[in-house]
Write a protein that binds this ligand. Structure first.
Ligand code: NAP
Length: 284
């Protein structure tokens, strides 16, 4: 089965749109997401455009603040500070990567944790690992939703995550652990990677290497989730970290690229924005 993240995201966005439609009457306004884009990186421009489009579909107010990559870190921190103190802003997202002269960790930590819709703030990361209420990072959250939608039993299964980044590998490993999987996290220093991945009932691949995972690395009947977004060096087309053609017949469930994890990431960003909005409204 090829699971379409695109279809699931469309279904979830439809439900969110119905929910948001009632907010004006109930709370006097709709959620407001502010996205900050520094520079003109084409990938980042396209992600920011996708976030604005999804916000429009759901009925969330979206503001994109664009600044050239020559702005200082201080100026960016000033923008974040203003948004932190603006009661009419519910979610703040700084599109990554930032220019080299900026410290991304410092910038992310400057966002109010309860407006951190990406779920990258240290307070949200700590709360995730302590199993406390938090804003969950969008891609890992979307992966769990995809697995549930495909009726994949996670509890008791051997899950292998390749990649240990703060934004995908580590948090998805934690969410799988919370779902009672037995989790192995593999990375660039893992020895005999194919042997490790061949034991996976659920294989999550987030490494950023085009079509790296081949059929012989996948167990028969495994569930394969491809997080990678790469350009195929030969065709220039978008492709994942998994060699889809080589793995599709071995996997029981697999996600395509594009149309798999990517749309779910944006969908979860919308969910997080609504969550931050409702947390604030319900505190009043
Ligand atoms: P990242 O920060 O570059 O981390 C890559 C991870 O992969 C690292 O932990 C690295 O190991 C590991 N790795 C690299 N080469 C490897 C190899 N040959 N064998 C085993 N492990 C290897 O990447 P990321 O931000 O997690 O993103 C990963 C991919 O997902 C990228 O293609 C990115 O574009 C994509 N992505 C997609 C979405 C989406 O919504 N679809 C969202 C986020 C990211 P070390 O730690 O040892 O270096």
């Amino acid at each position: 089965m090829v699971i379409s993240g695109k279809e699931l995201a469309a279904e979830l966005k439809g439900k969110m749109a119905e929910q948001v439609a009632g907010f004006e009457e109930k709370y006097g306004r709709v959620p407001h997401l502010v996205v900050i884009l520094v520079g003109e990186d084409p990938g980042s421009v396209s992600y920011v455009t996708g976030k604005a489009k999804a916000s429009a579909e759901v009925g969330i107010k979206n503001t994109t603040i664009r600044r050239p990559d020559t702005i200082s870190e201080e100026e960016l921190l000033g923008i974040i500070d203003d948004l932190n103190n603006d009661d009419g802003v519910d979610g703040i997202l700084v599109q990554l990567p930032l220019p080299k002269h900026m410290d991304s960790d410092k910038v992310i930590a400057a966002i109010r944790y309860d407006k951190d819709v990406d779920g990258f703030h240290p307070a949200n990361t700590a709360a995730l690992w302590l199993k406390q209420p938090c804003v969950k990072p969008c891609t890992p959250k979307g992966i769990i939703e995809l697995l549930k939608k495909a009726n994949v039993e996670i509890s008791g299964k051997n899950a292998v995550v390749i990649g240990r980044s703060n934004i995908v590998g580590l948090p998805v490993a934690k969410l799988l652990l919370d779902e009672n999987a037995t989790v192995t996290v593999a990375h660039s220093r893992t020895k005999n990677l194919g042997e490790v991945t061949s034991k996976a009932d659920i294989l999550i691949v987030a490494i950023g290497r085009p079509m790296f995972v081949k059929g012989d690395m996948v167990k028969e009947g495994a569930v394969v989730i491809d997080v990678g977004v790469n350009r195929n060096p030969e065709t220039g087309k978008l492709c994942g970290d998994v060699d889809f053609a080589a793995c599709v017949d071995k996997a029981s469930v697999i996600t395509p690229v594009p149309g798999g994890v990517g749309p779910m990431t944006i969908c979860c960003l919308m969910q997080n924005t609504i969550e931050c909005f409702l947390n604030k409204m319900n505190k009043k």
